[in-house]
Design a protein around this ligand. Structure first.
Ligand SMILES: [Zn+2]
Length: 281
C-alpha cells in the first residue's frame, strides 16, 4: 500500500480527482445550466418557508465559499436550530417568515476544522448527523473501514472524535444520528434497522452527555434507501423527534417532522446555485 493512501483528503479538488472525471463533467454541466435558470428563481419572493440545506464536507479550499454561503443565508432568512425547526413543524401554526436550518451528514473531521469556526464567527448554528460507528476511528488502525466508506474505495476521510462532538455541542451545535454503520435501512430486517436507530442514539448520548433527538436517514431516498411506511414510524418509536430525508424542497405547514425535505449544497457553490434550489418549491 502506498504511503499517500494513509493521508486523508483535505481539499475538494483532491476529493473530486479521486471520484473521477465523469462526475466532474456532470458538475460543470449542472452549474452552467443552473446559472441560466437561477435568474428566474428568487427565494426572497416567498415570504414564509422552512428549508434545510445539507452538506457533507467543508474542505480546506471551501472555507471562503462556506462563509459566503452562511452570510447569504443570514441575509435572506433566520438561521435556526434543529430543535426550533422541529418545534415550528410540530406547532401546527403557519410558517411565519423565512427559516433555514443548516445540516451536515456523515461525521467528518473537516466539520470541526472548517465549518464550526465559520458558524461560530457568523453566530449561526447547525445540526451535525454522525454515523456513530465512524466516530473516534483511527486513520491507521481503521484504514480499511474508512476507505470503504465510499463505494469507490479510493477516498480516505478522517472522522471526528467524541471529544470533537462535545466541543461542537459546547459551541452551540447539535449532534444527531446518521445510524451506526451508515446503512441502507431498506436492506435491513426490522430488528436490524431498529438496532441501528437505538444503538446510534445510545452511543451519541453516552459519549456526548447530550440528548440525541434527531435522525437523518443515510442516503435518504424514499422507497430506495428507506421505507416511508415503516422507518419514520420506527424512528419515532425509538424516541427521536424527527426523520430527515434527502429529498429536495420546502417544508410548509403540515409537514411531518418525520418527513423533512432538505436541499443538498456544496460549500464551494456560488450564491446563484443556492438561489436556484432555495427558490424552487
Ligand atoms: Zn451519509
Amino acid at each position: 500500500m502506498s504511503s499517500e493512501l494513509s493521508l486523508p483528503i483535505r481539499t475538494y479538488n483532491a476529493f473530486m480527482a479521486a471520484e473521477g472525471l465523469s462526475s466532474k463533467l456532470r458538475d460543470v454541466t449542472r452549474s452552467s445550466v443552473i446559472a441560466g435558470l437561477s435568474i428566474a428563481r428568487n427565494p426572497v419572493a416567498q415570504q414564509n418557508w422552512l428549508r434545510f440545506p445539507y452538506y457533507h464536507h467543508v474542505f480546506d479550499d471551501e472555507r471562503a465559499g462556506f462563509a459566503r454561503q452562511i452570510r447569504y443565508f443570514k441575509n435572506i432568512a433566520d438561521v435556526i436550530s434543529i430543535d426550533d425547526a422541529v418545534a415550528l413543524l410540530e406547532s401546527d401554526a403557519p410558517i411565519d417568515g423565512r427559516h433555514i436550518c443548516i445540516t451536515f451528514d456523515d461525521g467528518f473531521k473537516n466539520w470541526i476544522e472548517n465549518a464550526v469556526p465559520i458558524l461560530v464567527e457568523e453566530k449561526a448554528v447547525a445540526a451535525f448527523f454522525v454515523a456513530a460507528g465512524y466516530i473516534d476511528t483511527d486513520l491507521k488502525d481503521d484504514h480499511e473501514k474508512l476507505l470503504a466508506f465510499y463505494d469507490d474505495g479510493r477516498r480516505l476521510m478522517e472522522f471526528l472524535s467524541w471529544e470533537d462532538c462535545r466541543t461542537m455541542i459546547d459551541a452551540g451545535m447539535t449532534i444527531g444520528s446518521h445510524s451506526v454503520d451508515h446503512v441502507h435501512l431498506m436492506d435491513l430486517s426490522d430488528a436490524e434497522a431498529e438496532d441501528e436507530l437505538r444503538r446510534s442514539k445510545e452511543l451519541i448520548e453516552k459519549n456526548t452527555g447530550a440528548p440525541c433527538n434527531h435522525f437523518c436517514c443515510p442516503f435518504g431516498r424514499a422507497g430506495i434507501d428507506y421505507d416511508p411506511a415503516r422507518h419514520p414510524e420506527m424512528t419515532r418509536q425509538v424516541g427521536y423527534k424527527s426523520f430527515l430525508t434527502g429529498h429536495r424542497g420546502d417544508n410548509p405547514m403540515g409537514t411531518s417532522p418525520f418527513d423533512i425535505k432538505r436541499d443538498h449544497f456544496l460549500a464551494n457553490w456560488g450564491n446563484y446555485q443556492l438561489r436556484y434550489f432555495l427558490g424552487t418549491s
